[in-house]
Design a protein around this ligand. Structure first.
Ligand code: GLC
Length: 647
């Protein structure tokens, strides 16, 4: 049986979802239930809807808490919480029918904790107690102590910037049934059109979540992880087509809606968007990858490993992996995606194999490898994952890497080579080397290009992809240093007046017209097209800490600190040097606030960055060398390049 076949088999059949898996329920006393769960839908797992009908409770004198599926497709789109009557719920109702489970063990009705906690999950207080233990998880790291700001006056104002940031981060918190579950994308009172900035974006929440973890506030992160997991496999369609199972939403919103058939009551509803309502209908490939990365960070920071060990969470990880590891038409180990699949979620010429997705994919694979519990059902997926890790790192290190030496090689490439031994495997025409790059490439330093396709290299520097390749060890140690060398050498272009440029350079003129479709929001040096995004500070900081060069991040933070608060925490800045607040930039953008806070907190305690860093372990290095020596095709490649990457 082939790996992918086996992987598919591992996922076929009923997928147990939270609250409802057999092992979970087998531990419960079904004789005296005070909670009931209704199971529905076999193949696509459970869509659970919290449903508490107070009138029925009052009539019968007993409380109902039930997870039920409505038949209409509309009703599948939301996770509901009729929480306004939560306190009155107790007792028993047996809502029977095929696939109904009756569950009991709730002594006290707590809508959120009951909903997101399995019986084996630690209560919040217990998690808090683990804080003391977490030190052990993070303290074994030999990372540099970072100096604090010397100037006392500066320190005071900086502290007040931090205080303000915390205040605003807390104000951005979104609650569901009374518990925090995420942060709103922007809290801009001056903006006339909200669009979807009032939603909780998965990618935007990551720095918020990390900031809360660093503060020891674990509950919001745990809730976020478990609720978004609930949204993962919901049936969503666009023009009668549903995305692959395992896709995580780009964002979700808590809506308060009138209760069906009861005018006097309302219910809270979690409504996810998988891209079917998003501008441009972009599918969020990065959401699931970020979710996995945050899950690992949560476990490492809080010491609470019970969340990642839960069956529903394990299933969630596998579903994301299954989607990413599925066979397709592609010959490359990189993930093939449409345009706008990540932080850059508009047409910007990213379609194909964009670096950001590959770096997050690699990182998520490593994190999953650490978290997947070894059991019969995961052997195949772990094998597939290991193979992919090795192939992916080889591919990126070898073919995405560019520096003066490599650029000169490309400049002298022969083309139209038909053979297994081709040096110019992707048939890159040297004329593709853009004039700006000839000038721009420093003598010391290098970076990963933005995308690689047949006969096409996207030479733009994309910051997040490069930074996360360092953080995740997708690139070698030498390459990691070279990326930081380049950042230092090109400071005036990448940082200038506000860190950090999302990509360099901007698309201009005809290129802008063709590649963005004349997007007026992505004009040169604005927004995704060479705009400067303060949120990138946190990824920069982790990369610098990992490479023992925190002073680079400190410098960038100091630049941001000079104006970010006065400027009201913009989403992005415009112009080549990042001098103006972005034309359409939101103010009080949460991930600008959280990104700054995470950078500050990590610079003050660099060892904490460990929760996000992944090292290349010896097992992987061995597998890498076995693979390159065992694969006859690889042997045909140029010898020097193979040796370079067996580290
Ligand atoms: C913009 C950004 C995207 C972000 C969203 C919410 O669409 O491009 O990355 O997630 O705003 O802040």
């Amino acid at each position: 049986m082939g790996t992918s076949e086996a992987v598919l088999q591992a996922f076929s059949g009923a997928v147990p979802r939270p609250f409802c898996s057999e092992p979970y329920f087998s531990k419960l006393d079904i004789a005296s239930p005070s909670r009931s769960f209704v199971r529905f839908g076999k193949r696509r797992g459970l869509r659970c809807r919290q449903f508490h009908n107070p009138s029925k409770s009052l009539q019968s004198g007993i409380g109902i808490r039930q997870f039920a599926r409505k038949s209409a497709s509309e009703s599948l789109r939301v996770l509901r919480c009729k929480c306004q009557h939560a306190e009155s719920a107790s007792g028993l109702t047996a809502e029977d029918g095929k696939g109904t489970w009756f569950v009991d063990n709730a002594q006290k009705f707590n809508p959120i904790h009951d909903m997101v906690n399995g019986p084996n999950v630690l209560e919040f207080e217990e998690v808090e107690e683990l804080k003391a233990e977490k030190v052990g998880l993070l303290s074994d790291v030999n990372l540099p102590a970072v100096g604090t700001v010397n100037n006392a006056i500066h320190k005071t104002s900086v502290t007040s910037v931090e205080d303000e940031a915390w205040e605003m981060l807390r104000e951005s918190m979104v609650h569901y049934c009374g518990s925090p579950i995420g942060t709103i994308a922007a809290n801009d009172p001056t903006s006339s059109s909200v669009l979807n900035y009032d939603q909780v974006f998965i990618r935007d929440f990551i720095p918020s979540g990390i900031a809360f973890l660093l503060k020891g506030e674990y509950e919001i992160v745990r809730n976020f992880i478990l609720y978004t997991l609930q949204l993962q496999s919901w049936e969503k369609t666009m023009d009668c087509h549903s995305p692959g199972q395992g896709l995580m939403p780009a964002s979700f919103k808590v809506r308060t809606v009138p209760l069906d058939g009861d005018d006097s009551a309302t219910e809270e509803v979690l409504d996810p968007d998988f891209g079917e309502a998003a501008i441009g209908r972009v599918a969020p490939v990065d959401s699931g990858l970020w979710w996995i990365i945050l899950l690992r960070a949560y476990g490492k920071c809080s010491g609470d490993l019970t969340v990642q060990e839960r069956i529903d969470v394990q299933t969630g990880i596998k579903m994301i992996l299954k989607l990413c590891l599925a066979d397709g038409f592609d010959m490359f180990p990189t993930l093939l995606v449409a345009d706008g699949p990540c932080m850059i979620d508009r047409r910007m010429g990213l379609h194909g194999h964009p670096l950001e997705i590959q770096a997050l994919f690699y990182s998520a694979l490593l994190c999953s490898r650490e978290m997947l519990t070894p059991e019969d059902g995961s052997a195949d997926i772990i094998r597939a994952l290991n193979n992919r890790l090795v192939a992916l790192s080889f591919h990126i290190r070898e073919y995405y890497w560019i520096d003066m030496k490599k650029l000169n090689e490309i400049y002298r490439y022969k083309t139209e080579e038909y053979s297994y031994d081709a040096v110019n495997k992707f048939n890159i025409y040297p004329d593709q080397i853009p004039p700006w790059l000839v000038e721009w490439m420093p003598n010391k330093g290098g970076y990963l290009i933005g995308n690689l396709q047949p006969a096409h290299m996207d030479f733009r520097f994309f910051s997040l992809g490069n930074l996360w390749s360092v953080v995740s060890s997708l690139v070698t140690e030498d390459q990691s240093h070279a990326i930081l060398d380049l950042i230092e050498a090109k400071w005036a272009d990448l940082v200038a007046d506000m860190p950090f440029k999302i990509c360099y350079p901007a698309l201009e003129g005809q290129e802008w017209q063709i590649i963005t479709g004349s997007d007026p929001k992505n004009t040169p040096w604005s927004y995704h097209n060479g705009g400067s995004w303060p949120t990138l500070l946190w990824q920069l900081t982790i990369a610098c800490i990992k490479m023992n060069r925190p002073e680079i991040a400190t410098r960038a933070v100091e630049i941001a600190e000079k104006r970010i608060s006065q400027d009201k925490w913009p989403e992005y800045y415009d112009t080549k040097r990042g001098r103006f607040i972005g034309k359409q930039s939101r103010l009080y953008q949460t991930w600008s606030i959280a990104g700054y806070l995470v950078a500050k907190l990590l610079l003050a305690d660099p060892t904490a960055a460990r929760m996000l860093i992944t090292e290349e372990d010896s097992e992987l290095v061995n597998a890498f060398s076995c693979m390159t020596s065992a694969n006859p095709r690889r042997k045909r490649g140029p010898k020097s390049s193979q040796q370079t990457y067996i580290v």
